[in-house]
Design a protein around this ligand. Structure first.
Ligand code: PLP
Length: 494
């Protein structure tokens, strides 16, 4: 099916035979090995690849024009919920790009990389201070990877104590999909228990709390944006049964500097540095999901880790890699983690300091509650209580106007805003999940609420007009069914 009028041609359509963006000197030495001598005939290309042939300025203008078609944090707000960090201060990118960090070879001897090792050690101390955990491994490359490490640690802990009957991990229904997946990958049997706005169903938990319980995984605040009011009782039940408590730290943004997972009774936690501590994470990475544990589990962390040595008489501390001990679960990945993501997190934490991070969570929660109240008359919250850094508006309230959650989202694009997260989490029908983040001003939050009010007023006059949105974006409303069933994924010439 033909692609509708594109606002910018494909780079292939700009191609002119023979045009190039660079000029290489002619080869003045013989080819050392002809390709045919080292590759089987079946692997050799018979025709040259159909690469676009474009000049330098054509390429620059093409990609610059494309970049201007995108909604970007530098031009407008993103109220998307459930992923937290949308604005990543540019200074952290600048620091991560310093040649001393970006150009450092991972096999540089520790004695020549003292600054980098110190940064890793300092970051580990900061994460311990913020969570109350005794030790962290910075190795895992994402939140889900940290979860897997945490589940392997739980398995190792029970196994080394000879407690081999603990085969089950309990996960509330509202959990992120990676929680049950990680527990299953670590070899556990996953048991789902119901959860509601107040937290996990304690009776259902008690029914699972026996000698087969290995761990419970919990997100707090939960994926519906509410603080688990029953966390302390939940922890008591799990510990009394001999199980471990796992904290999914994806929503730490809402409590950072105010409450610590270890104080709530958690034994293991992961943090998504790309959600709470500044790394752009659109398009899937790279991220970092450090895993932290309390004292009794510290010997099971992945290794190696950085150790600090303070020798009497030496002016400065020294830092060195230390291999993991015999109780460790082993390595979670090659080398030492996504180092430049760790640099950004370090820079973010040091720039804010403890009091600054406390302000981050305070402003995040205040902004979310302010927006929730501004929207309440037209879009009531699905759970009517004070929210944390995000809340779910009940899109079913749009039905009398003839609108779906999707229609409101599309109409917001015409008014200069990115859409909120929609149809997630699945436990709420027509969910619209808003998260303004700590970085947005009162005026911007009010402008978003005014845009929603404007859309609803327009719908009252002419619902069809709203259902036709967006009309001011480079691409209008796509036919979702066709886009899903017959996507055009590849340019075919001619
Ligand atoms: C994002 C998220 C995860 C997974 O983290 P990744 O870094 O994307 O692997 C786990 N749990 C919750 C609640 C999340 O929001």
């Amino acid at each position: 099916m033909p692609v509708p009028d594109a606002p910018e041609p494909l780079v292939f359509e700009l191609s002119e035979p023979g045009r190039t963006g660079l000029r290489l000197p002619a080869i003045d030495v013989p080819d050392a090995v002809a390709p045919a001598a080292c590759l089987p005939a079946a692997a050799l290309r018979r025709e040259p690849p159909a690469l676009p042939e474009v000049g330098e300025l054509d390429v620059v203008r093409h990609y610059t024009r494309l970049s201007r078609l995108n909604h970007a944090i530098d031009t407008g707000m993103y109220p998307l919920g459930s992923c937290t960090m949308k604005y990543n201060p540019k200074i952290n990118d600048a620091l991560a790009a310093l040649q001393g960090f970006a150009g450092l070879h991972p096999y540089t001897p520790g004695s020549l990389a003292q600054g980098a090792l110190r940064l890793l050690w300092d970051l580990e101390q900061a994460l311990c201070a913020l969570t109350g955990m005794a030790a962290f491994s910075l190795q895992p490359a994402a939140g889900a990877h940290g979860e897997l490490a945490g589940m392997l640690i739980a398995a190792q802990y029970h196994r080394l104590r000879g407690d081999t009957a603990r085969r089950r991990v309990v996960v509330p229904t509202a959990a992120h999909g990676t929680n049950p997946a990680s527990a299953a990958m670590a070899g556990f049997e996953v048991v789902e228990i119901p959860s509601d706005a107040d937290g996990v169903d304690l009776d259902a938990l008690r029914a699972q709390a026996d000698g087969s319980l290995a761990a419970l995984m919990l997100t707090n605040p939960s994926t519906v944006g509410l603080f688990e009011g029953r966390a302390a009782e939940t922890a008591r039940i799990v510990h009394a049964a001999g199980g471990l408590l796992y904290y999914d730290g994806a929503n730490l943004n809402a409590i950072v500097g105010r409450a610590r997972p270890a104080d709530m009774g958690f034994d293991i936690c992961h943090l998504n540095l790309h959600k709470t501590f500044s790394t752009p994470h659109g398009m899937g990475g790279p991220g970092a999901g450090p895993v932290g544990v309390t004292e009794r589990l510290a010997g099971h962390l992945p290794g190696p880790s950085v150790r600090r040595f303070d020798r009497p008489g030496e002016p400065a501390a020294r830092f060195a890699w230390e291999a993991a001990g015999p109780g460790s679960i082993g390595r979670m990945r090659a080398l030492f983690g996504n180092f430049l993501v760790l640099v950004r997190a370090y820079a973010y934490i040091r720039t804010h300091g403890g009091a600054g991070l406390r302000d981050v969570s305070g402003h995040a929660v205040l902004n979310a509650n302010y927006l929730m109240e501004l929207l309440r008359p037209s879009l009531p919250p699905a759970f009517d209580r004070r929210c944390m850094h995000e809340f779910i508006a009940d899109g079913r309230a749009l039905r009398p106007l003839g609108l779906r959650a999707l229609d409101l989202c599309k109409a917001l694009l015409d008014r200069g805003f990115h859409a909120p997260t929609m149809y997630f989490p699945l436990v709420v029908e027509e969910a619209l999940m808003f998260e303004p983040t700590e970085t947005e001003s009162r005026q911007t939050i009010e402008a978003l609420a005014a845009a929603v009010a404007d859309i609803l007023a327009e719908a009252a006059r002419d619902a069809d007009a709203v259902r036709a949105a967006p009309e001011r974006t480079p691409v209008g409303r796509v036919d979702e069914a066709t886009a899903a069933r017959r996507p055009v994924l590849r340019h075919t010439s001619g």
